[in-house]
Structure formats: C-alpha cells, structure tokens
Design a protein around this ligand. Sequence first.
Ligand SMILES: [Zn+2]
Length: 492
Amino acid sequence: MWCPRNPTVLLDEFIPLSWVGRAGIMSRNVSASRALKRLVLAPALDLLRGTHTMRCLKELEESQWWPQERIEQLQSERLQRLIHHAYERVPHYRRLMDACGVSPDSIRTAADLSLLPVLTKEDVREHCGELLAEGFPRGELLHGRTSGSTGTPLAFYSSRENRWSHGYARSLRALAWAGVYPGDPVLHIAGRRRDGFVEEAPFNRLVRFLSRDAFENPVDFSDSSLRRVVDRVAALRPHALRGYASAVCIIAEFIRDSGLQAPEVGAIVTGGEQLLDVQRALLRDVFGTEPFSKYSSFENYDIAMECDAHAGMHVAAEDLVVEVVDDEGKPLEPGRLGRVLVTNLHEYGFPLIRYDTADESSFVMGVCACGRSLPRLSAVVGRVGSAIYTPSGKRLSTNTLDSSGLVSLGIRQFQLVQERIDHVTVRVVTNSILSSRDAQTLITSVSAEFRGWIGDDVLVEVAIVDRVELTSAGKHLYLISEVKRPVGREFS
Ligand SMILES: [Zn+2]
C-alpha cells in the first residue's frame, strides 16, 4: 500500500477555526476584529494554503435557506459525480459495483444509494489501498487516524480540499448558528489527549497563535485544576466554551457545588459524545444558556449541529448524504433509530460511500422553527457495544432513556454496565455525600427509574461511586455492554 510522505495532520473535531473568516452578510455592529479576520486574515490564509474555505462558506451561508427540493437537487448532482468518479478511478468501488451489477448511472439520488452495500470500518481497514483514487495527487492527501476510543484505531485519508475547504466551512457555518464568529475568543476544554494524538505541524501552531482560541486541559479534573479552568474562563470571557459534554459538565458541576459565581460564556458547544437531558439542564442552570450539540467525526469532520431552535441537529446535506438504516442497510423512516451512514460528496481522494459511522440516531420529523429545511438528526449515540439487550427481546440505547427523572434524585453522573443479558449495574455519582439511610433510599429510587426503562426481566443493581472513569480519549461512556447481540433473535 502506498504511504504518503505528508506530515500527519491533527484531525480534531475541536480544531480551532476562528482564523478563517466569514464572507456572509456584515452587520453594522460587527467588531473590528471580526471584520479584520473575515476580510483580511481569512482570505490571506486561504491563499497561503491554497484552499477555498471562504468561497465554500459563502455558498453554504446561502444554501442553508434554500427549499428542500433545491438542496436535494444539488446533493443528487454531487452524488452522481462522485459515484461516476468512484467507478472510474477507485478500484474497490469498481469491483464492488461490478459484483453487485450496479452501474454508476443507476445511482441518481440519495435513495438509490441503498443499491450499494454499507462500508464498514473493517472494510476500510482491509481495502485501504484500493480505496485510494487512481491518479489523485498524493500530495493533496492528508493522513488521519481515529483514536480508537470506541474500538480499534483506524487509518484513513482525506483530501486537503475536502477537509480544509468544505469541512472547515461547514464548521464555521455551524458555529455561526451558536452566534460564534471567526475571530471570537473560544475556550476549548480539551480533556485528555487522545490515543495516537500527534504533534502539530508548525503551520497549525502558527494558525493557533493567530486565532483567539485558547485551550484548557483539566488533566485529572481535580479541584485545583478545575479552579484554574474556572479562573481562566472568567478572565477570558470567551464567546464560546467547547468540548466533550462530560468535560464541560464536570466544570459546571464544580462551579455549582463550590458555590462559585458562573463565569460569563457566550455559547456552549459540545461534541464528541451524546449530550444527555440531565447535562443540558445542568449547563442551562449553571451558565444560563442552552447548549448546542454538534456531531462530527474524524473521518467526515463536521456532520450536523443544532440551530438556535435546539430541536435536533441540522445535517449539512449540501456536502453529505446521511442515511439512517437498519441492520440490513435499508433506510428507516424519520423517528426510527438506526445506524448512521455518511457519504461525503467532496471526497475524491479516498471516497467513503455509505460509511458506517458506528453511531446511532434517527431523523427528526417535521420542519424546524428556524426556517432551514436541512434535515435534522436527533441525539447521536455510539453504537458499538452501546445497546442493552434484554431476555424478552428489547434492544435499548441511551437515546431512548429519559434521564430527566435523575435530576430530581440528585444524580450528577451515571453509567450503565451490562455484564449479562439479565444483569445491569448502574453506577451513579451523587451531588452530595449521603448518609447510609439516604443512600439506600436513593438506590431504591434509581433502581425503580431504570427498571421502568429496561423492564422487569433484567436485574438492576445500583452502585454509588465517587467518579465515573473516562476513556483514555476523555470521553464519558454512558453504556458499557459486555453482552453481544444474541444471534438468531429478533430485537425491537
Ligand atoms: Zn433549525
């Protein structure tokens, strides 16, 4: 297999982007800093890098208000072009389509994609060399890898144009929905370093220097490191606080429990893991602002984010085809939970068609109050090892758990561990230290809460713990299942 000589780049969903400008409508009260970044620095950096972020952003700013049919038409045109390219230039797809008897002309819209099989991470691992497009300039490809926090690490490639022009533009548009514009100070709660994290290229360090992004790593989330983070937030007064939901929530809990005054933050943008209702409530209470949940991945960069209606995450459908499918790869109707597949319409160097993200979600029905017709995804949860199977044939993901009842019980964090098909342990962290009598009462209440969701055929045990351990990547896993899906059984 060919290996690129490019330095490996940092593929981080929280990569700072505020050095790039926004070419959209300029309001009268826009700050001088914003104007400078948008009109001078961003175009200069585009020129320096040979990217087209500004042009892509301008297009996305316009197309977000198009009617659904027009967005779908653009998506279909881009899809047809990508499929023809894949057939002509990508050995894996040529072989696959020939074997399936599918001609490139037969895939005209997103709905036709189900003629092709799903591309799993295992497929990418096995056919990595064959997924590279013949004749694509190797110098234009970036090498990335996933951290493997929810599975085995995965190496992949991405074209510079796809990531640095289209991907960055998607991220900028999404951040603007939260009222965060290029040049605005943003504090990133970076959590722990991910496995396989690489040193940044000097150019990236320069970009970070020019931006007004700041980073805080609470490291061990000790009281002293959390106090330092809170002081930094208060001093910076960032327009946005960004990070994993669990990391931002630990800070919020610390503020609340220490009786500190919450520092001012413009917006809170969480990503990388599901934002639960209980966490939303916490962030709203502490910071007085409704958080924005964002869905992104290493492989496809920004995929979807909430608008200010906070009623699901709008998919960037101009750039991506996102499908929600059943176990056989058949599309599911809105409201039904299934596997999330992504086809990136701008990736010509290493196309991933119907790429299985290993996440689960469902499409939201109806029209969003914001007026955008971009489709919406509900909360996204990791799929690998993240479902509870019950002896009676139920299949549950944390997506379907209403965690609001836990707030009134004084639960700060929880984690479910299914050790056997008929046994689940619920680990809970409480807001305060309880007497043994109160602890027993709480255990009974929490047990009842979860039994109502899981059912009576699973024994639910509750354990009060001091802390829920994060993964090496700093993620909080809400569900750890040691039970594989039973073979030959139907689950609903
Ligand atoms: Zn909306």
